[in-house]
Write a protein that binds this ligand. Structure first.
Ligand code: HEM
Length: 306
């Protein structure tokens, strides 16, 4: 199979730098060429700082894809499914390019970011940058371990990567920046926080069927298809924050776009009245965007300025 971009299935890192860009009109051929060179540049950085476990992913938004690669489009690449229901909002922000830079060294991410900016120059405009960090033993800022039920080993590639066709080795990406209301969350007693998440806080154990409320995040995020198989995602979310604003940069990779869409829908609407994911009472999605991260082979094959 075509080689995937390394950061899709990689293990968690200490530091992340997530960049969101729009492209200026008319530069498509030059951007295609730059994108074809990017995997080599990222690989060079990885080799130069091998102990840093560096990886990068670049992904392309739906409408920009049509301009960049008009001949062929991944079947399920479509705009982020914005949802507005009661006081729960999942906004969509149009973005052309998403870059995930991760490593165990913040300076290496910075070096990668500078290399990227000099490669793309004035062709693209930065919309947002979100520096992220590992918090304690892989916890979200709510204090709960995030990522426990992620697929492991070989299963990561099964869940995250398209299997066949032109886009094999590619992945559908969804990114949302959630802002937590930690002042509110911290007033909730630990036992009630555990009921909101559906796992214990300190030792990260899933609640039994009997204990698990319908409104728990784990319950709402556990969606099954028509054959009873769980819909899985390869989540690569990381906390971000400073003195004034904190939260989670949610990032998921998947072999299809529907798993994310169905899980998000189930979190916002639930099954019955009031049965939504109660984690959403303590965090607000401020952005949302959908992308496709093509395989390294696809990116490099699309160079050649015409
Ligand atoms: C602020 C936003 C979010 C926070 C803080 C959060 C946190 C967590 C935590 C603590 C867990 C339990 C441990 C684990 O298995 O990772 C979890 C599980 C999970 N989350 Fe989230 N999450 C958020 C948003 C989302 C979104 C937007 C989705 C997908 C649309 C999602 C999908 C999942 C899935 C699939 C699981 C595994 C459920 C299972 O046990 O089968 N999460 N999340």
């Amino acid at each position: 199979m075509a080689r995937e971009q390394w950061g899709i299935c990689g293990e968690a890192n200490l530091h992340g730098l997530h960049l969101f860009f729009n492209a200026h009109d008319g530069y498509e051929p030059v951007i295609r060429e730059a994108l074809s060179q990017l995997p080599i540049i990222l690989e060079e950085i990885n080799e130069q700082f091998s102990e840093a476990m560096f990886s990068g992913v670049i992904a392309i938004g739906s409408s920009f894809w049509d301009e960049l690669y008009p001949d062929k489009k991944p079947e399920e690449l479509r705009p982020f499914p914005a949802i507005h229901h009661e006081d729960r909002h999942m906004p969509a922000v149009p973005v052309d390019l998403y870059v995930q830079l991760r490593s165990d060294r913040q300076d290496v991410n910075y070096i990668a970011c500078r290399r990227l900016m000099s490669l793309f120059g004035e062709m693209i405009e930065l919309i947002e940058q979100v520096p992220c960090f590992r918090y304690l033993d892989g916890r979200d800022l709510t204090g709960f371990v995030d990522g426990t039920e992620n697929p492991k080993g070989r299963k990561r590639r099964d869940v995250a990567l398209v299997k066949e066709g032109t886009f094999a080795g590619g992945s559908y990406v969804h990114v949302q920046r959630y802002r937590h209301n930690l002042a509110r969350w911290e007033q909730v007693p630990t036992e009630d926080q555990e009921l909101i998440i559906g796992r214990t806080k300190i030792d990260d154990i899933e609640m039994s069927k009997e204990e698990m409320p319908e409104t728990a995040h784990v319950k709402r995020a556990n969606v099954k298809d028509e054959d009873g198989n769980g819909l899985e995602l390869m989540r690569q979310s990381m906390p971000y924050g400073n003195v004034s604003t904190q939260g989670l940069l949610f990032v998921s990779y998947c072999a299809n776009a529907t798993n994310f869409e169905r899980i998000l829908h189930n979190m916002v609407f639930g099954t019955d009245e009031g049965n939504y994911d109660h984690l959403l009472d303590y965090t607000t999605a401020e952005t949302g965007a959908a992308f496709f991260a093509p395989s390294i082979d696809f990116l490099t094959s699309q160079g050649n300025i015409d």
